[in-house]
Structures are given as C-alpha cells and as structure tokens.
Design a protein around this ligand. Structure first.
Ligand SMILES: [Fe+2]
Ligand SMILES: [Fe+2]
Length: 291
C-alpha cells in the first residue's frame, strides 16, 4: 500500500492548457490518500478555479490553497474589487472542500500543513519590504507590473495590504503545533531568496546582464511578515512561489522551497526546470520529510 504523501506546487497558471492538462494527468495517478498544496497563481478566472478545485478534490484526499496575486485580478471576474474577489475565493474553497486553514496529516509520522495568507510590502514599508534598489536604471515598475493594473482595492482599505493578509493568519498562529510544520505562502518570505547568489554578486551581475533593468521585482516579491510568522510557527519547511525561479535553501533551521510550474515558455527556455511540470513530494507518512 502506498503511504500518504504531501505534494507541493505553485504558479500552475492553468490558463495555459498544457499546464492544466499535465496537472490533471498527474492528479489521476493514485493520490486518494495524499495532500496537494497549491501555493497560488492558478488563474484569475473564478470559473476556471472552480473547475480546478473540483477536479483536484476528486483525486486527492486533501487540497490546500492560498491565493496568489493573479487570483486577485478583477478583470474578467465580475467583481468590483479584489477584496470582494478574495472573499469569493474563500467561499469557493469552502464549497469545494479546498482548505485554506491548518490541517494535520498522517497516521504515523504526522505533520501540520499551514497556509500563510500574504501579500508583498513595497519600498514604502522598509521594515518588512524585500526591496533592493537598482542604482543603474530608472524604476518604471509602477507602469509595468500587472497587479498595479489588474488588481483593484477599496479606497478606504487599511494599508498596507501585506498587513491585512498577515493579520488573517494570527488566529491560528496562537495555537500550539505539536508536530512538525510545513507552511506555505504565495509570496517570498526573505530578500535573499530572490537571488541565486549573495546580494553583492547578484547586483554586480545584474548591472551587466539585467534583461529588464527598469522593472524591479524586489518591490513586489514578498514580505518579512511571512518570515516572522513562519518562524513563530516553528516551520521546518516553507514552500513559496511567485518568482518562477525554483530554489531550495536551508537557512537557520528552515528549508525554503520554491517549486513553480511556471509558463510553458519558461520551461522551454530553462528558467524553470522541465520537471516542475509535476508537483514535488516533500513528505510521506512512512519516512517523514523527503527533502
Ligand atoms: Fe506566477
Ligand atoms: Fe505571483
């Protein structure tokens, strides 16, 4: 008998039919005692999201999800603002049995799967932002970043958004988690995860080879609020997405893993490895953590 397993993936972007088809092919391969974590950026279309949730909950014992930035785009949605759409996504999760709350998994090893809702802190929130200045280019991120065009927030909303989402995790952060924890967020929890090299080396390379010098991803990458919360949880493994640059790092007792499926052209060009077309197993009930 196959033991229960925990699989992770993010940034499945199922509006690319190839991505959707390959995920459903994977889902159909005997996962009835498994959990699948989808760490955001599935689609901005609610009808598509519902179709995804219904397919996955048929095949997996548990499906866990946090919205990414793409889910909160309001174009093609019929919602006036992104907060209303967020509440519609929560309702859809309840209706389809997708979990956006902590779940204890396993009969023998046992592990908690804990979603952390999140957003990014821009450079006006220096205490939590992952911002790194590019001193070699004019910053035109405001004109170039899709969320600044397609997401819309109520004018009277308490800012910053990253706090609004982080505060929603506080209820279960007070709990005692007696078993190892796998936490997950869509956005990055630390600045050093943005880069594949130490910051000084990465910036020296970027000065020469940056393909998009006027776009500054670090402004919209994530937030140290996520790092604070995952440390409070005592996470052993934190899964995140968003950047479409897959990494595995071990920092001060926590393994940080990004396993984004990404866009077909990113896999063709090698920005995302070809094997990220399928979720990655990170835990099994017979042997515990696999990474
Ligand atoms: Fe994405
Ligand atoms: Fe994203």
């Amino acid at each position: 008998m196959i033991p229960s397993r925990v699989w992770v993936i993010s940034d499945i972007h199922i509006d690319y039919q190839e991505n959707f088809d390959r995920l459903l092919e994977f889902a159909a391969r005997r996962h009835h005692s498994d959990a699948l974590i989808v760490a955001g950026d599935a689609t901005d279309r609610l009808d598509r999201l519902e179709a995804l949730f219904r397919e996955l909950t048929e095949q997996f014992l548990h499906v866990l999800f946090v919205p990414g930035n793409h889910e909160l785009w309001v174009r093609r949605s019929g919602h006036d603002d992104s907060l209303k759409k967020f509440h519609a996504i929560k309702a859809l999760c309840r209706e389809t049995g997708v979990k956006m709350e902590p779940l204890l998994m396993g009969q023998y090893q046992k592990v908690w799967l804990v979603p952390l809702l999140s957003w990014y802190d821009d450079k006006d929130q220096p205490e939590h932002s992952l911002y790194v200045e590019k001193d070699y280019a004019e910053d035109r991120t405001d004109e170039m970043w899709g969320d600044f065009i397609h997401a819309r927030w109520p004018a009277d909303l308490a800012q910053p958004l990253a706090r609004l989402f982080a505060d929603q995790n506080e209820g279960f952060l007070q709990r005692e988690f007696q078993h190892p924890v796998i936490s997950f967020s869509h956005f990055l929890p630390r600045q050093d995860l943005i880069f594949h090299k130490p910051l000084a080396d990465a910036m020296a390379l970027a000065r020469k080879f940056d393909p998009l010098p006027e776009f500054n991803f670090s402004r919209v990458a994530g937030s140290y609020r996520i790092e604070e919360q995952l440390r409070r949880l005592g996470s052993r493994l934190h899964v995140y997405g968003h950047q479409h640059r897959n990494r595995q790092r071990h920092i001060e007792g926590v393994t940080y893993l990004s396993h984004c499926m990404g866009y077909p052209k990113e896999r063709q060009r090698g920005h995302v490895p070809a094997d990220a077309i399928e979720p990655l197993c990170v835990w099994r009930d017979d042997t515990g953590f696999t990474i």
